[in-house]
Design a protein around this ligand. Sequence first.
Ligand code: MN
Length: 415
Amino acid sequence: MIRILHTADWHLGQTFFGYDRSAEHEAFLSWLAEEISRQEIDALIVAGDVFDVSNPSAAAQSMYYRFIYRVTAENPNLQIVIVAGNHDSAARLEAPLPLLQAMRTEVRGVVRKLPGGEIDYDHLCLELKNRQGEVELLCMAVPFLRQGDYPLVITDGNPYAEGVRLLYGELLERLWKRRKPNQSILAIGHLQATGSEIAETDYSERTVIGGLECVPPDAFGEQIAYTALGHIHKSQRVSGRENVRYAGSPLPMSFAEKHYHHGVVMVTLDEGFAVDIRRLECPKLVPLVSVPERGAARPDEVLAALQALPEPESAAPYLEVRVLLEEPEPMLRREVEEALKEKKYRLARIVSSYRSGEAKGEEAEETWMQGLQEMAPLQVAQAVFERTYHTAMPTELIDLFEEAYRAAIHQEEEA
Ligand SMILES: [Mn+2]
């Protein structure tokens, strides 16, 4: 028997609308350290996006190393496997590997190539030991895959999805060959699986438009006892499969995630199967509050609701204010701040929606334009196109836009 904790998307160093979150990250890591000891965890699996940005601050890095040192010192048999996510710098995350290996911690960020140019599959295969010190878990530690990281597949379909499927297939074949009957197989990945549920107004997951970069869940073969995924912040099973999961982020990354249950997944594996899978919910240190609770309201209603906000019981909540406006109101922010002056709330953002000028009659009552913050980049481009040319954006342009968007995001991540 071997027991793992699956977590992902820590986004250490993230600020929330300018507010420092280190207290929340510290609280999560200290809760996680306690759970690792209490639940007698053999291996901690971190499925990518350890840091929020590719060049994390000294404070964020220090928090990360202190955590690894603490849990491996407190639990002399604990093993850790970390893969890089799209927010991490693959090379930077791997740089301290020689030191981390001394603490039974493996990191995979870069997909290495053999001298002949073939993918070094063996480097992505790891062995994890049970309490008795025997290898019981064979692990494919796959980081977020960029172009060139996965095998090239000539296909009419989606070369990314097919390449990723082939890569996991190759790894599974290798592991299955050397597997002993009592050993289980674990897959790790940082990707978007087809059919996974994301928050519609949330772009922190950097969901690529149009579902082009989705990986079908059958890429993870039936012989895999458990697939530990990262990237999507909402904890979920993939396509109803109990043993293919996103752990979800431990902290809400946006207001769209405020109703999620944030936590980690504990999995017990035995004789080739995940015999017990349960979620451990992590404590929420700072609440997220929206005024009004749903939708948006007129300025006078919003200001009255702000004045009526109860005193928070613990840490000052992050507050989102959503207003419906007839026309721009330059004094609005001042008035909102004034209403909150005596209150222990952290104003994160004011989202304004305007009545759409073109809508007429009854329709006008219901038609409000979304604020820019609520829209995906493609939606913004489509709206401008429609307004300018009075016709929908043609598919070729949508494709070009998506390509340009991906290139821009990629450059930003490489930077
Ligand atoms: Mn990610």
